[in-house]
Design a protein around this ligand. Structure first.
Ligand code: UDP
Length: 484
């Protein structure tokens, strides 16, 4: 008997590690567990070795095709030097449309389904042009999705700046959002990137469904609100498929000899890992306070040390993973810090094998910017966090992790607004590494890890959710065929 033809999924990732990683992992999951073929189109940031490595890692074993689109020419688009990350990503994705169309036309056979990430919603029309179902992958959490898709409504209903409000923003059926927690394009409604954000939010529910990098037990109530017609179901306008946690696998040789040897020598759960994602940087003053805080805590640490913010956060995002001048970075540390912490600290300039570090048994805490990939990597490795949000949706994530999910502690002030002092950092580190608080967080993490593991195997909620998405997709293909 002839084998049934496999569905061929085309996935499109916007630039940046935070998008590339979960899109590639979704592609792999579709192929490995759900009988799809997959091609991932990526729009990489230029010359980022970290991104090149992610793409390279898909080659063995080769589960999917990865095609790099040529960097779009955005020279004709008037973008001031102050244009934010969201603005620049939106423009890059828009200008990549002709290249994406060409690449699809050059494929041997027409694909069967299109999946774009949230910056790619302007590509959904290509699904219509090809007559195939189309989905939006939001590689983040359900509370973010709720705020995101509700933003066009808030935009109509709320007057003035969100951040000037004294009351919270109400989202039907969900935990209200504090004004200081809104995602980055929201604090300045006059900025052109806010308009791009609202446009993307409005386009997201126009696909055949939304995929989300969480699992059911992690955010049951918010997911229920997203599906309830009386709450956000009206706005979501279709199924929300939970597909997570989708995270990068650990590479056996990823740590490298020196780091592995150092980690192997440390006691179990004794090392605090300090890293701010692919683009996060601190001010010179904050960097000094952090160094003192770590030293005063007397705990072991690995610190991914970046040049302090001489550039804007937005520029740092676009330089992510490129590496930097190691010695120059060290000169920002307090005098004598390196010598005094020689036996307890390990400094990595610019970039770290993060998943491998978090999965090492010696690691017992993660001072993190709360990017969603980092958060998931921490949860599945049972590593409690100090939430140190900087930009994007990280403030929202930090509140979710501390007040709802219960896997993190955080400073009293927002680190993106005020300097967190050394004594507070010392206390936070100790609370996670040696105090009772750390035990409570670890107990919660053990539960979550188990539920995450269950979710992704056959019969688990995320596995079944992707089965359902495939079924719905096949039905949609038949409907579209009939309609033509
Ligand atoms: N990452 C890494 N090494 C680093 C910094 C980041 O491997 O030094 C990886 C990290 O493991 C995660 C991704 O890059 O998979 C960052 O995604 P996240 O959503 O946490 O934050 P973003 O970088 O998008 O702010």
């Amino acid at each position: 008997m002839e084998k049934p033809k496999k569905l061929h999924a085309v996935l499109l990732s916007s630039p940046g590690m935070g998008h590339l990683v979960p899109v590639i992992e979704l592609g792999k999951r579709l192929v490995a567990d759900h009988g799809f073929e997959a091609t991932v189109f990526v729009l990489p940031l230029q010359a980022s070795p970290a991104e090149a490595e992610i793409i390279e890692s898909t080659m063995t074993p080769k589960l999917l095709n990865v095609v790099e689109l040529p960097p779009p020419d955005i020279s004709a688009v008037v973008l001031g030097p102050e244009a934010g990350v969201v603005m620049r990503l939106a423009v890059m994705m828009r200008e990549a449309r002709p290249a994406f169309r060409c690449a699809l036309a050059a494929m041997e056979a027409r694909p069967d389904v299109l999946i774009v990430d949230l910056f790619g919603t302007e590509h959904l029309c290509i699904g219509d042009e090809l007559g195939i179902p189309k989905y939006v992958y939001v590689p983040s959490n359900a509370w973010f999705l709720a705020l995101f898709i509700y933003s066009p409504t808030l935009d109509k209903e709320v007057k003035g700046e969100y951040v000037d409000r004294t009351e919270t923003l109400e989202i039907p059926g969900c935990k209200p959002v504090r004004p200081e927690d809104v995602v980055d394009p929201m604090p300045d409604r006059l900025d052109q990137q806010y308009r791009e954000y609202v446009r993307m939010a409005g386009e997201t529910p126009t696909g055949d469904g939304i995929l989300l990098n969480v699992w059911e037990d992690l955010q049951a109530e918010t997911l229920a609100a997203l599906r309830n017609e009386e709450f956000l179901g009206r706005v979501a306008n279709g199924p929300v498929y939970t597909v997570g946690p989708l995270i990068r696998p650990v590479r056996p040789a990823g740590l490298g000899k020196e780091l592995l040897e150092w980690l192997d020598k440390q006691p179990s759960e004794s090392v605090m890992f300090v890293s701010f994602g692919s683009g996060g940087t601190l001010s010179a003053e904050q960097l000094v306070e952090l160094a003192w805080g770590l030293e005063l805590s007397q705990q072991r640490f690995i610190w991914v040390l970046r040049q302090p913010t001489v550039k804007s956060l937005d520029e740092s995002f676009f330089d992510a993973g490129k590496g930097g001048a190691d010695d120059e970075v060290l000169s920002f540390l307090p005098s004598g810090f390196l010598a005094r912490t020689r036996d307890i600290g390990f400094i990595l300039p610019s970039w770290a094998p993060q998943v491998e570090i978090l999965s090492h048994p010696s690691v017992g805490g993660f001072l993190s910017h709360c990017g969603w990939n980092s958060t998931l990597e921490s949860i599945v490795n049972e590593v409690p966090m100090i939430a140190w949000p900087l930009y994007a949706e990280q403030r929202l994530n930090a509140t979710l992790l501390t007040e709802e999910i219960g896997v993190a502690v955080r400073p009293k002030v927002l680190p993106s607004k005020k300097i967190v002092g050394r004594e507070e950092i010392e206390k936070l580190v100790r609370s996670v590494m040696v105090e009772k608080e750390g035990h409570t967080l670890r107990a919660r993490l053990r539960e979550l890890k188990r539920s995450a593991q269950k979710a992704v195997v056959k019969g688990g909620s995320s596995y079944e959710s992707l089965c359902k998405m495939k079924e719905d997709c096949e039905m949609r293909i038949c409907q579209i065929k009939k309609a033509h």
